[in-house]
Design a protein around this ligand. Structure first.
Ligand code: CO
Ligand code: CO
Ligand code: CO
Length: 316
């Protein structure tokens, strides 16, 4: 696709980052992103919250502040009660309120399959922008939410997940990446991205590729839902997980002691996952401490950035 050259584009189509960034003035840029998808939980209100938190996350991942949003709605009006849509939108609005984001409008179409999400606009000082291409050898990698939501959602669709498990995972997916983003902005952070459809290893591989570095991830320190381990062992593997494994396997090496269920969890596509932050080693423990004090309880140092081999990830 031919691109229109524009010197105010800071992050565009070709940079494959979390969001687009466009410079308005030397001290101000806008961040733009859009995300919408089909329901991943049964409760419409919860789905609205999760979809909104997921859409807002790309602005947080770039160190920005989301300001405004527009609803995107595909709704099968002939086959579904309108109260379902009302509940979804209410969930979305409650999340936007929590984020301090103003809903300006939106667009809805009649569609056979229900979908909901947001386009979000935020701001950032161009010098304070955090991309996925700045990771440096020696950095520590911090992950702020546990993995395994895709595996658990698949088990839920098969009726295998308990109410308690569903509630726990829903709460995690619906939680904003606002607090971790604000904490990260107080530190010398070199790179950040949020963990979504490509799974931990897909997004790590993108950081490795764009930053021209290698990565070592430690299986024992990565936070995940214990239920994901159980369901992975029982064979619940969502389609996204398979696609991620096929696509990213050649950039990843597993040491022999990594169990199969952990490989599944590492490739598992996440919805509204946590931030993956690459931070100078001397600041890593303080960052972790501040994250926990800000209520980001699951945050953990999960690995480090190495100079070589470039563009490769070793899981050990
Ligand atoms: Co993203
Ligand atoms: Co996105
Ligand atoms: Co319109």
């Amino acid at each position: 696709m031919p691109l229109i050259p524009d010197r105010n584009v800071i992050r565009g189509m070709e940079s494959l980052d979390d969001a687009g960034v466009y410079k308005l003035r030397d001290d101000l840029a806008i961040i733009q992103t859009v995300d919408f998808f089909t329901p991943i939980v049964d409760d419409p209100y919860d789905f609205g919250q999760i979809a909104a938190a997921n859409a807002l996350s790309d602005v947080y991942a770039m160190g920005g502040k989301p300001l405004t949003a527009m609803n995107i709605v595909c709704f099968p009006a002939k086959h579904m009660d309108i109260s379902v849509l009302k509940d979804i939108l209410r969930g979305g609005i409650d999340k936007m309120r929590e984020a301090g984001v103003t809903l300006l409008g939106g667009h809805s179409i009649d569609d056979a399959e229900l979908k909901y999400g947001l386009s979000v606009t935020g701001t950032v000082h161009p010098k304070r922008l955090v991309t996925n291409s700045g990771a440096r050898a020696g950095d520590k990698l911090v992950l702020t939410k546990p993995l395994g939501t895709g595996i658990i959602n698949t088990a839920q669709k098969a009726g295998m997940a308990s109410k308690k498990t569903i509630a726990k995972v829903t709460k995690c997916m619906a939680s904003l990446n606002k607090a971790p983003s604000e904490v990260m902005q107080e530190f010398e952070v070199h790179a950040c991205t949020d963990i979504t459809g490509f799974g931990l290893l897909g997004h790590i591989s993108q950081v490795a590729q764009h930053s021209q570095v290698g990565i070592r991830a430690h299986v024992d320190s990565v936070p995940f839902f214990p239920e994901a381990k159980k369901f992975a062992k029982e064979g619940f593997c969502p389609g996204g997980l398979h696609r991620n494994r096929e696509f990213y396997s050649e950039m990843v090496e597993f040491s022999s002691q990594v169990p199969d269920y952990m490989k599944d969890i590492f490739f598992d596509a996440q919805t509204s996952g946590g931030l993956l932050i690459s931070v100078a080693p001397e600041a890593a423990e303080r960052l972790l401490d501040k994250l926990k004090k800000a209520g980001v309880q699951d945050a953990a140092i999960i690995g480090e950035v190495v100079a070589k081999p470039r563009r490769r990830t070793l899981v050990e």
